[in-house]
Write a new protein. Structure first.
Length: 106
């Protein structure tokens, strides 16, 4: 009988350890997922632009992002960051624009 009780206790210990490891795994996954979501979601404030501050311009023949930025950017503004904002605001992956395209300006 002593051996039977010992085997039973051993099974209980293994189950308890397995449950503990499972709970640690679940907790680790939750922390990892929430960290990833927070990292990729961000606060959204850096890219937020109010509707009142957005202007539009229609692309004319000969226009480039640089020429449009030079015309519409505030005085003494570094054009490279302004163009980067224009590209992000309009979902552009490159500096290529088309005649007749309407661009949002920051």
């Amino acid at each position: 009988m002593y051996i039977g009780v010992r085997v039973e206790d051993n099974k209980r210990q293994k189950r308890a350890v397995a449950r503990l490891l499972f709970l640690i795994l679940v907790a680790s996954l939750l922390v990892s997922c929430s960290s990833l979501i927070k990292a990729y979601a961000g606060s959204g404030e850096e890219g937020a632009v109010s509707a009142a501050s957005v202007r539009t311009v229609d692309v004319l023949p000969g226009d480039t992002l640089w020429s449009i930025a030079g015309e519409y950017a505030p005085d003494k503004t570094n054009l490279q960051p302004y163009i980067s904002k224009m590209k992000k605001l309009n979902g552009l992956k490159s500096s290529s624009i088309q005649i007749g395209q309407t661009l949002l300006l920051p």
